[in-house]
Ligand binder design. Structure first.
Ligand code: ADP
Ligand code: MG
Length: 728
């Protein structure tokens, strides 16, 4: 084994698990570092407390004078917890979270100092944000963006820093982050869903979109990652032959969690408790060294913040435990990838889950209304959903025979399919009393009992109804959930708005009763959205053909998929709902296509480096050994050496062939990169990277992996798959 690999493995094996202290009960520490309702009651005046709560619940503005009171209370609370700094915490379009720390501490002359944090500092800050991606909205050298407090997500303390969740906006008003459009979409669905929910219950005054994400990840020893430039820099292996044993035996899934990992998880969960992230479940995933963590669902804005925060915390805690977390969707070829299922539903202020079937026919009509409208929205905007989950890394997963396919479809189960089939038959116009009774007794009334035994869960569906929520499974493990959640909530909001207009029109012009009108509109929606429903195997080739017939999109690469983001349909939608302007949408599109090209470019460079600096030199060293051996045999045996050295000579030739192919692949790839870099248009550049540069990766990798199998294990410098995946 090479010294590099040996040292990395030795370090790994010598690790003593980091001890995790036994703490107080989880429930006792939950939210201790969050400026939550309890903390606010203690540290804020009655007026300022009420103004924050009013902002949270009703979206009202907080008066500037009030902000001074709030900041004082917040500061006192933070200092009592040992905080020395504060930061506006935000989610720029890089996908990571950003923060710039300022101390509370200020000098006031005469060598005197005080702890200061005014309303102005709470409400608005101007980070030096010139190098965050902005898609050309903001002139980069101007750096005129500001962060503004989002009171709907509570401030928290991480380490010794008070973190204030904020939006990040250009001075010209355009959103520069993920949170701003999400908040606008959530506002829109609140209004639209509340109006529809009022058909069924006048007491509903607010609807919250809920989100429960499930975070998958790999946990790999830090020393092994450090010895793999591809994992360290790109988060995935760009080469590496598969291990003799992989996941075929399924012996990792839900198996017992290794001690070192368990210690990490416990430490992580404790941190999450302090931060008010309600993590609940943890288990092994399908692949070796792959795990999952899921919280109790929350209101979507908070859930999105918590997921972003969690990913940061995971990185930091992993470092303490000498692990590296891999969030990449496909770190290992031929091994299960990672996703982030987004469980989504709508809940009313009266405590009703609008996607949960109820106990009476009327409640079930409400359920069906939201259920069918969601299907219709997904049917109409499937391309936009596909675009919202597109990334260079998720491309490895979608449609790769393990994750949902690149085709968006919805699974609802056989019982609900039957219900929709029945509803499709309802009379056009007013329903007879007999028909209504039948519907109530035999169709709508039956829903609760049937859903209970609806355990059939189609794992191949990208958007599945799972009893009382929809589960968007196509989201990548690395992604910020805000992107798909903005789209999903926006399209359902739009759908509900249209639905209400139609129902109201029928009530008014046709003098229909409310439920007759609702049945009539739902019937049409069921018909119109049939093509999105698919109950079969999403991995099969047959589905690809069928989906094509149905006119569903099947974009396998990010550059193709992203285009829907700037289609007329998408722009019209977001403008109509006031979620994003054309400029904002085009800017985002530009950022994403640029990011795509950059990611492929970086991977191409890393692969070129590893192949030329690690693989080829190692292969040559081994080849030299073989040559020496052959020469030695010749010296001893003379002409008879050929028989004795035939295997060695064949290897020498094979090695030369692989080296030649690798070299040619890299040279050709670099030429294509050069050409791509010369393309000014970002979209065309992304397409060139996708179609012209990326294809060389497989070719180069193939020959590197062959060499890995041929070359003496003792000199191979890179940790191998079996070491990365089976070292615990
Ligand atoms: P499973 O059997 O697939 O684990 P669970 O019901 O335990 O299903 O839920 C899985 C995820 O769904 C969890 O993260 C949970 O928080 C989330 N979830 C459950 N109900 C809702 C809901 N109404 N809205 C959003 N997410 C939900
Ligand atoms: Mg799930």
């Amino acid at each position: 084994m090479s010294t590099l690999r040996f040292e990395a493995l030795k370090e790994t094996f010598n690790r003593v698990p980091v001890k995790v202290e036994e703490l107080e009960r989880r429930s006792a520490i939950f939210g201790r570092n969050v400026f939550n309702e309890a903390a606010m009651r203690q540290y804020l005046t009655k007026d300022s407390f009420e103004s924050v709560m009013d902002a949270v619940e009703n979206g009202s503005k907080i008066a500037r004078g009030m902000a001074d009171h709030i900041s004082t209370g917040m500061k006192e609370w933070a200092i009592s917890k040992g905080a020395t700094h504060y930061t506006h915490w935000f989610q720029p379009l890089t996908g990571a979270t950003a923060e710039k720390h300022d101390a509370f501490f200020e000098t006031v002359g005469n060598g005197q100092t005080i702890e200061k944090f005014g309303g102005g500092q709470l409400v608005q800050q101007e980070p030096d944000a010139s190098s965050f991606p902005n898609g050309g909205i903001r002139n980069t050298f101007e750096a005129r963006g500001y962060t503004a407090w989002d009171p709907t997500s509570p401030a928290f303390i991480y380490g010794t820093t008070l973190c204030i969740p904020t939006v990040f906006v250009a001075y010209t008003g355009e959103a520069l982050d993920y949170k701003t459009p999400l908040l606008r979409a959530l506002q829109t669905i609140d209004t639209a869903a509340t109006a529809v929910a009022k058909y069924f219950d006048k007491n509903v005054t607010k609807v919250y979109a809920t989100l429960g994400w499930e975070q998958e990840y790999f946990l790999i020893d830090k020393a092994l990652v450090a010895a793999r430039p591809d994992l360290a820099l790109a988060g995935r292996t760009l080469l590496g032959h598969s291990s003799a044993k992989g996941q075929q035996l399924d012996d990792h899934y839900f198996g017992s969690i290794p001690t070192r990992v368990l210690n990490y998880m416990r430490d992580l969960e404790t941190e999450c408790m302090y931060l008010g992230i309600p993590v609940k479940t943890r288990h092994n995933e399908v692949a070796p060294n792959q795990f999952e963590l899921a919280p109790i669902f929350e209101e979507t804005n908070l859930a999105v913040d918590h997921n972003s925060l969690l990913m940061d915390v995971m990185d930091k805690v992993a470092d303490r435990h000498n692990f590296k977390v891999l969030f990449h969707e496909k770190p290992f070829k031929g091994v299960n990838g990672s996703g982030k299922h987004n469980n989504w539903s709508l809940a009313t202020n009266t405590g009703v889950n609008l996607l949960g079937p109820g106990s009476t026919p009327m409640k079930n009509l409400q359920f069906l209304t939201f259920f069918i409208n969601t299907l219709k929205a997904v049917n109409d905007y499937e391309e936009l959903i596909r675009a919202s989950i597109a990334s260079a890394s998720n491309d490895h997963r979608l449609g790769a025979n393990e994750a949902p396919p690149a085709i968006i479809s919805a699974f609802i189960g056989s019982q609900l399919t039957e219900v929709l089939d029945e509803l499709e038959k309802v009379t056009n116009g007013k329903l007879s009393p007999q028909e209504k009774t039948d519907l109530k007794l035999n169709v709508v009334g039956k829903i609760p009992e049937i859903l209970l035994d609806n355990t059939d869960r189609n794992r191949t569906s990208p958007f599945a109804f799972t009893g009382n929520k929809f589960e968007l499974r196509a989201v990548g493990s690395k992604a910020n959930c805000a992107n798909p959640m903005t789209v999903l909530n926006a399209i359902v909001a739009k759908q509900l708005i249209d639905f209400k207009v139609k129902v109201d029109a029928l009530i008014k012009s046709k003098k229909m009763k409310k439920d007759d009108a609702i049945f009539n509109v739902l019937r049409e929606y069921i018909k119109d959205s049939k093509r999105i429903r698919f109950e079969g195997d999403g991995y099969g080739e047959a589905w690809e053909k069928e989906a094509k017939k149905r006119g569903l999109s099947n974009y396998k690469t990010t550059p193709e998929a992203l285009k829907a983001k700037v289609s007329k349909k998408a722009i019209d939608l977001f403008i109509e709902l006031g979620i994003m302007s054309k400029v904002e949408m085009e800017a985002r599109y530009e950022i994403e296509v640029e990011e795509y090209a950059l990611r492929i470019q970086i991977e191409g460079r890393i692969l070129g480096d590893i192949a030329r600096n690690h693989v080829i030199p190692t292969a040559i060293r081994y080849q030299n050994l073989l040559i020496e051996n052959v020469q030695g045999l010749k010296a001893i045996y003379g002409a008879g050496f050929k028989k004795l050295a035939s295997e060695q000579m064949a290897l020498i030739e094979q090695i030369s062939e692989h080296i030649a192919k690798i070299n040619k692949g890299i040279t050709d790839m670099i030429n294509e990169r050069k050409k791509a870099n010369g393309i000014v248009d970002a979209e065309k550049r992304a397409i060139a990277y996708c179609d012209k540069v990326k294809p060389y990766f497989d070719e180069i990798r193939y020959h590197c992996d062959k060499l890995e199998l041929l070359v003496d294990d003792e000199i191979w410098p890179l940790p191998k798959y079996r070491e990365l995946l089976f070292t615990k």
